[in-house]
Design a binder for this molecule. Structure first.
Ligand code: SF4
Ligand code: SF4
Ligand code: SF4
Length: 272
């Protein structure tokens, strides 16, 4: 049982959040929502411990499809960054704001960019593309994320300042069109740069929250220097170009780690 401690703890943490939000907000949705996500993630961790090859992909599909189809398209909740700004401006602490607080702002202090590795519905599709290992050196294009971040904020602020009617409807269509654009740009970039995660590295506005918070992440991949033979395999296969052999928080691309465990699985000396 000891080796299954992590999925049990994760399930318990999500259940505590689920019950607390259910009771404080008097809304059964939160019990269902966080229990479902907690169960999906715990199942993935359980399967990973059992060395099941597709454990992470299963979590990505379970959580990603739920958020995209059920929350986004059926419940019409804009879970993109525009939805976060929208609810923030209206002062409503609802699904999108709670989602951002848990998964993308405060959660990364504990689980880093686990969201990006296991739950993001954009990456869920991008990870099916052929360039799982980047085939070209990383580009210095990370500044683009600050432009997309600013544009998303300006877009929603302009709707409020212009007192546009029926913003809820606009938010729904912004979600649909925004997702189509993300998929389109993400796929084109993946092929152009021979790198499935190019969109994550250069364009995604959410990384403006994720990167600084995940710098302090409690959960990190560390390298046992005694075992490491400096073969370089971990860095070569890392989809995010992290220098995981350096244990410092300032390691190269350290705030990019999505905890996908590819380096751990492939290290010939079990040093990670
Ligand atoms: S960087 Fe953005 S697009 Fe990529 S996985 Fe994270 S949230 Fe999703
Ligand atoms: S794959 Fe393992 S042995 Fe090779 S450099 Fe990385 S940590 Fe060291
Ligand atoms: S391969 Fe290792 S260092 Fe790279 S993102 Fe995945 S877990 Fe992080």
């Amino acid at each position: 049982m000891k080796k299954y401690r992590l999925p049990i703890i994760m399930l318990a943490v999500f259940e505590i959040v689920a019950v607390m939000l259910w009771l404080t907000k008097d809304n059964l949705f939160y019990l269902f929502n966080f229990s479902y996500i907690g169960l999906s993630i715990s199942l993935g961790v359980f399967l990973f411990i059992r060395k099941y090859k597709y454990a992470r992909r299963i979590v990505q599909l379970l959580v990603g499809i739920y958020m995209l189809i059920y929350l986004g398209l059926i419940c019409r909740e804009n879970m993109q960054i525009e939805g976060f700004w929208y609810y923030l401006f209206t002062g409503v602490f609802e699904a999108a704001t709670i989602h951002y607080a848990v998964a993308k702002i405060f959660g990364p202090l504990i689980f880093g960019r686990g969201w990006c590795g296991y739950a993001c519905w954009t990456a869920m599709v991008l990870d099916f593309l052929p360039y799982k290992e980047p085939k070209e050196p990383r580009k210095k294009l990370g500044w683009i994320r600050y432009i997309t971040f600013t544009l998303s904020l300006v877009f929603v602020a302009a709707l409020f300042l212009a007192k546009v009617g029926n913003i809820e409807r606009i938010m729904f269509w912004a979600f649909v069109i925004g997702n189509m654009a993300y998929y389109g740009i993400g796929i084109v970039l993946a092929f152009a740069f021979k790198d499935n995660r190019a969109f994550c590295k250069y364009i995604c506005p959410i990384t403006v929250f994720l990167k600084p918070m995940s710098y302090f992440s409690l959960i990190r991949i560390k390298c046992d220097k005694e075992k490491c033979i400096s073969c370089g395999k971990c860095k070569r296969i890392c989809p995010m170009n992290v220098d995981v052999t350096d244990n410092s928080r300032r390691r190269e691309n350290g705030t990019e780690c999505i905890l996908c465990m590819e380096c751990v699985k492939n290290c010939p000396k079990n040093a990670l």
